[in-house]
Write a protein that binds this ligand. Sequence first.
Ligand code: 26V
Length: 801
Amino acid sequence: MKLKESDFTTDFVNEIKAMYAVDLKDTSALEQFIALGQLLKRYNADNWTNTSKGYRKNDLKQVYYFSIEFLPGRLLQSNLLNLDILDTVSSGLKKLGLNYEKICQAEPDPGLGNGGLDRLAAGYMDAMASLGMAGNGNGIRYRYGLFKQVFMNGYQVELPDDWLRNGNVWEVRRENRACVVRFGGHVWLQEQADKTLRPVYDYTDDVLAVPYDIGMVGYHNGVTNTLRLWSAELPPSADHTYYSQKQRDNINDITKVLYPDDSSDEGRSLRLRQEYFFSSAGIQSIVRHYFLEHNNLKQFAQKVAVHINDTHPTLVIPELMRILLDEYDCSWDVAWQITTATMSYTNHTIMQEALESWPIDMFKGLLPRIYQIVEEIDRRYRNEKTPIFGSKVVDNTAPLGNGQVRMAYLAVIGSHSVNGVAPLHTELLKKDVLADLYRIYPEKFNNKTNGIADRRWLELANRPLTKLIDQRIGMNWHDNPKQLQTLTAFENDTEFLHQLAEVKLTNKQRLAEYVKENMNITLNTDAIFDVQIKRLHAYKRQLLHVFEIIREYQDIKDNPQKSVTPRVHIFGAKAAPSYHYAKSVIKVINALADLVNNDQAIGDKLKVVFVPNYGVSLGELIIPAADVSEQISTASKEASGTSNMKLMTNGALSLATLDGANIDIVKAAGSENEYTFGLTSDEVYGYYHRGDYQAQKFFDGNQELQRVVNALIDGTIPEISTEGREIYNSLLQYNDEYFVMADYEDYVAKQKQISSDFNDVKTWQKKSLANIAASGTFSADYAVARYAEDIWQVPFDRILK
Ligand code: 26V
């Protein structure tokens, strides 16, 4: 949009006056942020209305991306960037004597997700709007987001994330679009005059689903799509229904708090209620919207695509069936044809523990009509497939089995497309996790490698690098990130490589200031900033990184005179509150940090920083400052990873196993520009098949490793006797489930190589440049374009080169 700076400052001052009735100088940064958000919403109101009107007028096919979590990050800067008024607004605010940075930081970062599929979903919302695609998000407006992490005596403590305390300036409550979602009660089928059966519901618990819409602003294209988040409320009691306190609590609880990703916990009926709540509300609103422009169901699947982001929204399948059967009198076959043609599903993990299933008794009690429909899906599936594939295969893949409703199987059976998120992951789905279903429906399976919101992670998070790139190759890459590739022309340009190093230093200084201010640790910005930021999980192997730190520590202590390349090891990671092992690793890292950071003999050579409360905003600070990107999961376990892509585009070199999208990163940037190590996925599976992995052997064969592992239990690291022993036992007594011992030697060799290579600044920066240049292919714009073309069949108007 066009905006004159002077118009902006006048508008802003007026907004402040209208909202707070005080002078500008008497407002807080938070108030300034809220006023600015309000003003932007007004500036953008026509775009938002015209976008949805345009979709309706042209009867465009719409995508509805269902995800139980969205992790959008702060929206102020990205809205300013996408509206093309970032410079005008920031300089206008400066003219008014205000601190633009502070205003940005006053925005609460909504933590409405755990970190994997949810950040991906938010990035895809941005990409859909930026491609000019009719894409809508559908999720839950949690009153409390993912817990806030603090450390007390090195232990993780979880505090509530009260992100809505001051309201959410970006949202619009749309009470007139509310709908009722029914739980429990009894359902019976009543014969109608025309002999058809209709379900009748008695004694249901009704919940009102109220949508809150957030505008998803497209990049420089005037498009604003909608992310719709549902909130559970008491239904209006026109008939003076009485609700007990318990009933009120039950309703309010549905959207009260986001579940942390410990989905191995079975039997959480509240989670199942959350899943049906937003699936049902979303599908009801889609059907209602469809019938604004159509008077029969013939075109439904040509006009609507529903995407199931992991299994949590799988109940959209029986819910759409329910509406088509019960409210529109469709035959089963017609309803099933429409439903499967509409639905598509992404799987995000091969971890068995995370494959959702619900005990039938719980499911039936909570969702009696939906259960009847799932039963019928199951019955027809068995009837159709058993003669062809035999009862063993069909038993293993049917929606109902072992007393459970198996969500992933239901999702595959009820969709026309199933995708993994990196080539290796998709192959493993076919060969292992969903192998029997792949035999039955080979045509449904496809890969869609993940992508990241590069405008957020590069243009916004790393302004100095963006400026430098713009100076060299112009701005075309902002629309077509693959054009970053043209940067390779400068791979031998000493001046440019020097400037790249300067940019990195600036970003490291910015991070060092934060760490000094918040953690009182002084960082040496000449050191290698070695970064591992992701959830804490055994398979992600933060422990292997810990081993390297112990090794470096012991090496410096043994050889005080030896010259070393200084290192700063940076961690950011939340552990699920009930994940005992992960919490032990956190304690160990914090104890190790205390030991190392306070040892005079270590000084500047080694520091360990565990930044508490890692999330999108901290990522924006840490990622641009990274030299090394730790992507060290056990091969085959990380479906894709996306921090690997974010770090790559900011010029970090990957230290990586051949897992998930690391494989594709190495391919794109060239293996000479990354550090790969460790068992391959085939080797890991080889151990599984033979059953002959022996951690003890690796331990016995390597004295250095023995010393490192013993540091967990011999008092080297103070105050970890319980946690250290527990981890020690997980390795030697329980045979090291994630092959840490097997990969140790190779990992350490690559770490040593890094320490040596880092000193050759020019060669290092050349490698860094190769990463930046090759990173454009991992932009979410391309990923979403592939979904649009192959799965959703929806048009978009940005031309991608
Ligand atoms: C994993 C596990 C592992 C063990 C115990 C319980 C549990 C619960 C949840 C999960 C992961 C859930 C799905 C998820 O977020 N997957 C992540 O999706 C990202 C986007 O596709 C992908 O980059 C990550 O590799 C993948 O872990």
